[in-house]
Design a protein around this ligand. Sequence first.
Ligand SMILES: Nc1ncnc2c1ncn2[C@@H]1O[C@H](COP(=O)(O)OP(=O)(O)OP(=O)(O)O)[C@@H](O)[C@H]1O
Length: 240
Amino acid sequence: MPQVEPGPDIHLRDVRLVLGARRFEFDLTLRGGAITAVIGPSGSGKSTFLNLVAGFVFPKSGQIVIGHQDLTPEHPAERPVSLVFQDNNLFGHLDLFTNVGLGISPSLKLSKEQRLGVSAALSRVGLGGMEKRKPSTLSGGERQRAAFARALVRHKPVLLLDEPFAALDPGLRLNMASLLTDLQAERKNTVLIVTHDPDEVRRLADDVVFIDDGRVILQAPAADLAARRDIPAIASFLDG
Ligand SMILES: Nc1ncnc2c1ncn2[C@@H]1O[C@H](COP(=O)(O)OP(=O)(O)OP(=O)(O)O)[C@@H](O)[C@H]1O
């Protein structure tokens, strides 16, 4: 296999933000080419953290740097990121081929190679041959896999996943987790994945970032998480 350049480091430099009554402060670097699990209690700021990296929310002060580029003022389309959320946001009136093709080109002007790429991505997530199906005819898990395919065809170096597998049954979760680790081995993307599931952290993550009340209270190798039961919020996460 050819050597693949690892995805970029992501730096949040003295990032501050207020949303309603909540304050957020982030100052850390996420390792390029690694899978980082973003974990923490409900309402602690995990989605906000991803939204800052994606460009859906902008900091009041500080910088978001991806690789060597300061992208703080840039909108999501200008950032090297693909996203998969729990609500997969497929367009109901469009078939799967079109929904996934939109990941490559909003005008759907696709080359032959790109069209083949769409079908290959659908096969990769176990939806081969379902190009003509509408989202309403699929199960929740299938829709989520289609959303994953749409992120894959974009070939962006940063992949942001906000509880992407939460709605799937345990078998499918395992399946998607191994798809993600296979892809990671091939593409060396920088991946951030929000999850509530300690098993998913063990299965997938190289590193963890634990957010509590709008701040990172632990950044560590995933393997070290279990040893940090001294922090009550972490003990409670590990106990589910
Ligand atoms: N636009 C907004 N206006 C006001 N408050 C907001 C806004 N967006 C988020 N918040 C608040 O900020 C806090 C963090 O929200 P966020 O969605 O980032 O948490 P989370 O850790 O992802 O939670 P969960 O695990 O429940 O999805 C919450 O208290 C939320 O209500």
